[in-house]
Write a new protein. Structure first.
Length: 90
């Protein structure tokens, strides 16, 4: 049995390849410095990612109305609470 899924933010929009590449570079830079804030409308999430995270890549074809739609999904996953690091004793 899987847990409950809550979508906090979602966006789907057409972008030029140059714009997409710029967005991904900016995202990569923010991830590298662990300073990632996502905003949409009035919602804002400050994300602190643990090191390491799980990267999932998926390439698939979907047949829709006699046409083939190719999709590349990039997912970065982690469990909440792991971003604080492990507990150490002095």
């Amino acid at each position: 049995m899987s847990g409950k899924k809550t979508i906090l933010m979602k966006s789907e929009e057409k972008r030029s390849l140059a714009d997409l590449a710029g967005f991904l570079r900016e995202l990569a830079d923010k991830i590298e410095h662990n300073q990632l804030t996502m905003k949409q409308g009035g919602e804002s999430y400050n994300l602190t990612l643990p090191d390491p995270v799980t990267l999932e890549l998926e390439l698939e074809d979907k047949d829709k109305k006699g046409r083939t739609k190719r999709q590349l999904e990039i997912e970065i996953e982690w469990y909440l609470g792991e971003e604080e690091g492990s507990i150490k004793l002095d």
